[in-house]
Every structure is written in C-alpha cells, then in structure tokens.
Design a protein around this ligand. Sequence first.
Ligand SMILES: NC(=O)c1ccc[n+]([C@@H]2O[C@H](COP(=O)([O-])OP(=O)(O)OC[C@H]3O[C@@H](n4cnc5c(N)ncnc54)[C@H](OP(=O)(O)O)[C@@H]3O)[C@@H](O)[C@H]2O)c1
Length: 312
Amino acid sequence: MPDIGHDEILVKVHATSVNPLDIKLAAGEFRPILPYRVPFILGHDLAGVVEQVGASVSRFKTGDAVFGRPRDGHIGTFAEFIAVNEADVAPKPINLTMEEAASIPLVGLTAWQVLVERANVKAGQKVLIHAGSGGFGTIAIQLAKHLGAEVATTTGPANQVLVKSLGADVAVNYRAEHFETKLTGYDVVINTQDKATLEKSVGVLKPGGHLISISGPPDADFAKNKGLNPVLRLVMCTLSSGIRRKAKRHNVHYAFHFMHASGEQLGKLKPLLENATIRPVIDRTFPFAEIADAFNYVESGHAKGKVVISMV
Ligand SMILES: NC(=O)c1ccc[n+]([C@@H]2O[C@H](COP(=O)([O-])OP(=O)(O)OC[C@H]3O[C@@H](n4cnc5c(N)ncnc54)[C@H](OP(=O)(O)O)[C@@H]3O)[C@@H](O)[C@H]2O)c1
C-alpha cells in the first residue's frame, strides 16, 4: 500500500488504459527525459475511488470518484492503489463508467494542450489531425470540432466511417491517397506519425500556420521547459534542426509537445464529456491479468480508440 504525502490522495484504481508511452518506457525509450529507475510500475491513466486523503488535501474526500493522469515521476496506475497529487486529478464525469473515464486523461489532456493551449484553435480554422482513429486522434477530432474547426484526418480504409462519425469533415485514406496533395491552406497540423509524414505536413499549412508534433522530434524549447541540461538541449536542437529549417522556409511554426498532468484541464473536459460533446472511444477492454496482451494490441499500431484495462 503506497504512503501518501500531505498533498496526495490514495486512489483505488478501478480502471486504467495502455498508452504507446507505456510501451516506449518499457522499451527503455525517453530515459534522458523521464529517468525512471527500474523496477517501477507503468501506467498513466486512472479512474477510481479516493480511499484516503493527505493532511492538506482540500478538493477531495474519501469515497469520491476521480479520473486523472499522475504527473511524470509519479506514474504507476497498473496497480490496485496509487498515491496521486490532488492537482493531477478531477472528479470523474458522472455519466461515464470507470472504464470510459480511464480512457480519457492522457489523450484528452494532450488534445486540450495542443489545440487550446498551443494552437489556440478558433472557429472556422482548418485543422489536420493525423491518425484520427487512434487513442489521441478520436478525442482530438471531437475537441477540434467543438472549437469550431474544419477538421481533416488521416486513417486507414477500415476507419473512414469511425472518423466521420466523430465529426471529421475530410478523411484521407493514408493507404491509397496522399494527404499532401489533397489538403491545402491549413492553420494547424497535429503530427502523430513519422518523420516523412511530419515533413510532408509542412506543405499543407498556410503561411503563419502551426505544425505541432507529439511524436517528435523534440526541440530546444521543450528541453528548456523540462529543465534538461545544456548537452540535451543541444541534442534536441540538432534533432529538430531539419524540420525547423523546413518550417522556416515555408513560413510556418514548428513545436514539439509533450503532455503534462493537469487536474484543472481535466475539470474543463469533464462537462464536455458529460454533455456528450466528446465521447470516449474504446476499442477493447482487457482484464488486468491480460495486460501483456493489451500491450501487444496497442503495439500493433492499429487500435481504434483506446485500449482499457479493468482492475476490479
Ligand atoms: N507527446 C505526447 O504528449 C503524446 C501524447 C499522446 C500520444 N503521443 C504519441 O502519439 C502517437 C499516437 O498515439 P495514439 O495513442 O493515438 O496511438 P494509437 O492509438 O496506437 O494509434 C493507432 C491508430 O493509428 C492509425 N495509424 C497507423 N498508422 C497510420 C498512418 N501512417 N497514418 C494515419 N493513421 C495511422 C491506425 O489506423 P489504421 O488501423 O487504419 O492504420 C490506428 O487507428 C504515438 O506515437 C504516441 O506515443 C504523444
């Protein structure tokens, strides 16, 4: 049973979800940015019930249902209990099951942070979201539509109906079509794919547009904000130099975004979930005993929405 700090709550985890980040951490990626020391418990999403509160906790009491994404360095939701800072969680949307609520935090926060915080998407703007059928994309499409954007997305042939049902105005079948020849004049592109997709995305943007990548390469601003040392700052500056040069030539802005925990932002998503402006999209739910199968399924790269783990 974890000990809780004065500003933490002890949560009994009812459900969690698998994110590509868990798989990347298990493979030893991100070590310079997220220096976890083995052994440690993976898992970034939770929905559950508060069992105990720390001395200075003011927003929650025992018995409250919550959902959240513990901050980096304090993850570990693939467990029966976890101690979480109260600032990292929000009351669970009342209409959602624990499984549905657990599908939201990491991807919902990422969508909020790239579309609202970074790109400041406004009604009438054109937004391209790559991989609209994935865990991130299914939520990002719905949030971008809520913000009033015209939304295009890329996905395979089997997911065209799904992304349209989430509100996508244009769905490009990446297996048969080239998005870079079909789309033009976009205000924002959110990249979730590889370097080739990132580079082709530059030409889709209009001058002054924003290319935001959540799948790399990291840039110097990210390294600075993370407080990384000068050597890592230089490495990240170098890694992103090609795309930054290309973006500059086309007069568009490039930024890498790595999501952060925020109970406050989850509190802003809560009413959108409760009034069904955003609905969770769950592909499969696995019992905890089969979490290795859930990892393999996410790793296949073809999940439709989220892969959830039921803990109780
Ligand atoms: N930086 C951050 O804070 C942050 C946060 C969240 C996610 N991410 C990253 O963002 C990426 C996506 O995350 P996710 O959770 O959405 O992954 P995911 O759920 O595993 O994505 C799977 C989906 O991607 C689609 N897809 C695969 N290849 C594609 C391609 N070439 N073009 C368009 N769609 C394609 C698949 O559709 P088909 O089956 O039709 O191929 C499938 O529906 C991952 O690299 C993840 O690590 C980063």
